[in-house]
Ligand binder design. Structure first.
Ligand code: NAP
Length: 446
């Protein structure tokens, strides 16, 4: 069983909270500062007096190594444990880290300084520590727990968070077909890091089986993702639907909170989160989207909501117009355009971001663009994106790259929409870029 490790400023309540949580959860408790003192045979104040902070930090790292070798413990750490990256690396190997975020101002009001050598007479020091360490705590922690109005409230929140981490959590992706889905490979490495006992399976669910699946999901699952053909059919079966999913009329993520099912759509947001990583923003830009299917709709509706100007090109003019109509209904004030696919050259000339949301160029389909002449019409600064992630890069992206255009393939969208879903499952913010790069290396999509 993993350890639960509490981080935070001196005086944030880690020791008291940790001891109480351990008791409630039936886990062991370990206080790192106490371990340092026991091993050294002297108080922390004495260690500071004799060898300064450097001597203390060395002893602290030795204690961290001992604590990290335990399992099933609630561990409260000293405020400065984050100063040495090796401490965090050790603690993360066997534990899930929770930052008790209690503002310095609140701590200062209640603080006794006698037993905290670094604080003596220096309340100002606490504010300096907060400025330096808050980013370190936030980066190191899996979860950030904002302290409550009082200790009792914080303890309640901490115990609820710990129970969430420790309880078995079953997730799955449903669809028909589902065999090809990469979702378990994308979700499991993340969920496994943040939860004690998570599982994520592929589940074949036909249209007919969806109502029965929903009854089971309500009772048993912590959440699930949905792909074809369920994204639209799920809407009337949910208790709550978020704004993006409602605007798009499609759900790809469902979270079970105490038996209530909440639906979200992270597809469009995933695409733009991936673009943001490249410092590309849609606001005020002209987006030209090829295709008018599900993926095109997710990107187009979110783009309009983010104040981009959207043009949809489809081989079936009726479908392009239907998507433009949907954008208008979802985002009042948006002025999307619809045009025929053959007019691509004309629209390319006015494009800032071109997005292929058709299967043209996808491995196994045998389809491809007739030519890439339309790239010559694109302004040189225009970004070219392909939602296809097999192959990486597509012929379209190779041609665009050769002409000097910034490009983005479909893998970032695939991973970012999953990471956004994981944030909803876990109730915490992820290091999107870090997780993406770790997954990109492991997914080995060529
Ligand atoms: P979809 O709902 O079937 O839509 C496909 C769109 O492409 C339709 O507008 C379709 O037009 C058009 N199209 C198909 N063949 C065409 C051709 N030969 N010439 C011109 N247009 C053509 O599929 P989707 O779910 O939106 O997926 C579209 C693409 O995005 C696929 O390559 C898929 O792999 C990719 N995708 C990527 C992600 C990601 O996370 N990266 C997520 C979803 C999808 P008609 O309606 O006239 O057939």
């Amino acid at each position: 069983m993993k350890n639960l490790v509490l981080l935070g400023l001196p005086g944030c309540g880690k020791t008291t909270l940790g001891r109480a949580a351990a008791k409630k959860l039936g886990m062991g408790f370990l206080d790192l500062d106490a371990l340092v003192e026991t091993r050294a045979g002297k108080t922390i104040t004495k260690i500071f007096e004799e060898g300064g902070e450097a001597a203390f930090r060395l002893k602290e790292t030795e204690a961290v190594a001992i604590a990290a070798a335990q399992n099933g413990m609630v561990i409260s750490t000293g405020g400065g444990v984050v100063e040495r990256p090796e401490n965090i690396e050790l603690l993360r190997r066997s534990g899930i880290l929770i930052f008790i975020d209690r503002p310095a101002q609140q701590i200062a009001q209640h603080m006794r300084t006698a037993d905290r050598p670094m604080m003596e007479g220096k309340r100002q020091k606490l504010y300096e520590l907060e400025a330096r360490r808050r980013p370190l705590y936030s980066m190191a922690a899996h979860y950030i727990l904002e302290s409550g109005k009082n200790r009792r409230e914080t303890e309640k929140k901490l115990c609820a968070r710990c129970r969430h981490i420790l309880s078995p959590a079953e997730y799955c992706v449903i669809g028909d077909p589902i065999g090809h889905s990469l979702s378990p490979e994308i979700h499991m490495p993340v969920l496994g890091k943040y939860l004690q006992a998570a599982s994520y399976e592929k589940q074949l669910v036909t249209r007919e089986q969806l109502p029965e699946f929903m009854r089971m999901a309500r009772k048993k699952l912590a959440g699930f993702n949905a792909t074809m053909p369920h994204k639209e059919a799920l809407l009337p079966l949910l208790d709550e639907i978020d704004a993006d999913a409602r605007a798009l009329g499609s759900v790809n993520t469902v979270v079970n909170r105490q038996g209530k099912l909440y639906g979200y759509s992270t597809d469009g947001a995933g695409f733009f989160a991936a673009l943001k990583e490249k410092d590309i923003f849609p606001q005020g830009k002209q987006l030209t989207i090829l295709g008018a299917g599900g993926a095109a709709a997710a990107v187009a509706v979110k783009a309009a909501a983010l104040d981009a100007k959207v043009t949809v090109l489809a081989r079936d003019m009726g479908k392009a117009q239907a998507l433009a109509g949907r954008i208008q209904r979802a985002v009042p004030g948006a002025l999307p355009q619809a045009a025929r696919f053959e007019e691509i050259k004309k629209y390319a000339a006015k494009t800032d971001i071109l997005i292929n949301a058709t299967p043209l160029g996808m491995a196994g389909t045998g389809t491809s663009f007739q030519d890439f002449d339309f790239l010559d019409a694109l302004p040189r600064s225009a970004v070219v994106c392909d939602l296809i992630y097999k192959p990486r890069p597509t012929e379209l992206l190779k041609a665009a790259f050769a002409l000097g255009h910034p490009i983005m393939d479909g893998l970032p969208m695939l991973v970012y929409q999953a990471l956004l879903a994981d944030e909803l499952y876990l109730g915490t913010q992820l290091d999107m870029s870090g997780e993406y790069h770790a997954l990109e290396a492991s997914l080995l999509i060529g």
